[in-house]
Design a protein around this ligand. Structure first.
Ligand SMILES: [Zn+2]
Length: 417
């Protein structure tokens, strides 16, 4: 009896430890720092893995993943590297695919600001402009309208969190470079989870020269600045700033996949201290630096950044598959670098990377979708159609809609650190 009790004890300990080990298995960076060739972090999907289809559910959550500068050839190049030409990345395993046109109001080739205005607010605008139409009207983003309906909201990126793409979901500025103004608007918008770089824009931001980190803390935000602090969070709202400007995307920073996983956990949590009866959330995740690799014509880094993004997409898919009421959309704002894939001169069974520009191109981009309503995203569409479809699926009408002027909410002027 005594022995069997002891056995039970050991058995329980073993099972418990295993459960803890499984639940804590997180995406860990390779130790090598600054080496774009190091991609051992990538975990491919099992050969026969499919996401399946979901029908008959309402859309309760939306996870919108944007690979900045991620053209179809950038995807194909990363695919060849890790799963071979016949394989599929995680994003490519989603059941619905579409093709998206990216042109801006005044340019055939868009920048990220005009592209995000299209994808967040549903209107075309001039390059460089965020959240404001060519008619000079301010248009609400899909995040802002869902926030007004009581949804929790989140943004995660590997650039500064005030960079054009995340900015387009929570701010309205005539010039994308106004990152301090964008930080203030993001704060006033009370986005629940903000993970990324760009700490410096929050330290000095604000029309009163306020330190927005202090203002955010006073408003009830957790402020985290390291991976360890982020991992410990069990509740939002949170402002997580892990670099002064763009992130390095190397340890010890959190990875985009980890930021995505934590953001989803916080936004979907039913915490008493952050209570909403039925949490619904909108989360935008950006693989910001695929674009930067394209501008630099850096093949290794283009592959690495695309794979880092794909691991974040995997987090979104894994949550959505369990939840079954989450719509996951994966697309790009534009292509960068004019990447072509000619046959490799040394190995005819492979393609080589041939970069043609240091800038963006007007190529169409792919879109992948999973979850309730994903079928809406099949076929050829304009980038402005994406938020219109999300609005339709989440009961937002009309859309696009004008955004009422935001009142400045920072009353106390905090000392500048
Ligand atoms: Zn760019």
């Amino acid at each position: 009896m005594k022995n069997s009790a002891r056995l039970w004890f050991y058995f329980t300990v073993l099972v418990f430890s295993f459960a803890v080990a499984v639940s804590e298995q997180t995406f860990v960076y390779p130790p090598a720092q600054g080496d774009a060739k190091e991609i051992s972090f990538y975990k491919a999907a099992p050969a026969n893995w499919t996401a399946g289809r979901v029908s008959g559910q309402d859309v309760r959550n939306v996870i919108f993943c944007i690979g900045d500068g991620m053209g179809t050839n950038e995807i194909a190049l990363a695919r060849q590297k890790v799963v071979g030409q016949g394989g599929k990345l995680w994003m490519e395993r989603l059941p619905i695919a579409g093709l998206v046109r990216t042109f801006a109001a005044n340019h055939a080739v868009t920048d990220s600001a005009a592209a995000v205005t299209a994808m967040a607010c549903g209107v075309k605008t001039k390059n460089g402009t965020i959240g404001i139409g060519t008619d000079n009207k301010t248009y609400a983003s899909i995040l802002e309208v869902l926030s007004k309906k009581g949804w929790r909201t989140g943004l995660a990126a590997t650039s500064s969190i005030t960079h054009a793409t995340p900015a387009g979901f929570a701010s309205h500025v005539s010039s994308r470079g106004s990152e301090e103004e964008i930080a203030e608007q993001m704060f006033n918008n009370r986005v629940d989870v903000l993970f990324g770089g760009g700490r410096k824009f929050w330290l000095s931001a604000g029309s009163h020269g306020s330190n927005l980190l202090i203002a955010a803390q006073r408003a009830g935000y957790y402020i985290v600045q390291s991976r360890e602090e982020m991992m410990k969070l069990t509740s939002g709202p949170v402002l997580g700033l892990f670099a002064d400007n763009g992130m390095t995307t190397f340890a010890p920073e959190p990875s985009l996949a980890e930021m995505t996983q934590k953001a989803i956990a916080l936004l979907s949590a039913k915490n008493k201290d952050w209570f909403v009866p039925e949490p619904k959330f909108f989360l935008m995740v950006e693989g910001s630096q695929i674009d930067w690799a394209g501008h630099a014509n850096d093949t290794d880094n283009s592959i690495r950044q695309t794979l880092l993004f794909d691991m974040a997409v995997r987090e979104a898919i894994e949550f959505a598959r369990m939840d079954r009421s989450t719509l996951v959309i994966v697309t790009a704002d534009h292509e960068t670098g004019g990447l072509l894939l000619p046959e490799d001169k040394n190995n005819a069974s492979k393609v080589a990377a041939d970069w043609n520009f240091k800038s963006h191109t007007g190529a169409d981009v792919a879109l992948f979708a999973y979850g309730p309503g994903a079928e809406e995203f099949a076929g050829v569409m304009d980038n402005t159609d994406i938020p219109k479809k999300i609005a339709k699926l989440t009961g937002v009408s009309p859309f696009p809609q004008e955004q009422p002027k935001m009142k400045p909410q920072i009353s106390q002027s905090a000392p500048i650190k």
